[in-house]
Write a protein that binds this ligand. Structure first.
Ligand SMILES: Nc1nc2c([nH]c(=O)n2[C@H]2C[C@H](O)[C@@H](COP(=O)(O)OP(=O)(O)OP(=O)(O)O)O2)c(=O)[nH]1
Length: 138
């Protein structure tokens, strides 16, 4: 049986300080306990931007501004049991305050302070594309 590549959307929400939002994968699911960028599987026939907006609405309760959402990197990853196309978009503007609608832990982090080992393996490739400057603290 051929295995289809699973197209997964991931949103890198960047706030005005340059922090990004991470979510923790729930217990009992694939990669449980690892941190990821919020998102999920694209539905059949769904356009990437629309799927990204739907997932972030469902998980975070925010409405993203599609004109401020831009493709960042596509990561092809094989987890053995599943073959993934992780389609990461940078999201610079949204309406509402992200909150955990589905009970996932959420955390804002500076990219330079994210330990790659806590991320889902495919997400380490996304992290590499983010600015690595140190956070500015006053
Ligand atoms: N949403 C999201 N998924 C990611 C990221 N990185 C990464 O490897 N994944 C993987 C984990 C899952 O195998 C898949 C996304 O699936 P999902 O979150 O929609 O579904 P799931 O596995 O929780 O649920 P299910 O298949 O049991 O229905 O992509 C990421 O940054 N965000």
């Amino acid at each position: 049986m051929g295995l289809a590549v699973m197209h997964v959307m991931a949103g890198v929400l960047v706030d005005t300080d340059g922090q990004v939002l991470l979510a923790q994968r729930p217990p009992g699911k694939h990669l449980a306990g690892m941190w990821e960028f919020p998102g999920g599987k694209l539905e059949p026939g769904e356009r990437p931007a629309a799927g990204l907006a739907r997932e972030l609405r469902e998980e975070l309760g925010v409405e993203i501004a599609l004109d401020r959402a831009t493709p960042l990197v596509r990561v092809r990853w094989n987890y053995g049991e599943r073959d993934l196309l992780l389609d990461a978009w940078q999201v610079a503007a949204w309406r509402g305050t992200p909150r955990s609608v589905e009970g996932q832990a959420l955390q804002w982090c500076w990219p330079s302070e994210i330990a790659p080992a806590v991320l889902a393996p495919a997400d380490r490739e996304i992290l590499k594309t983010l600015p690595s400057g140190r956070p500015v603290r006053q």
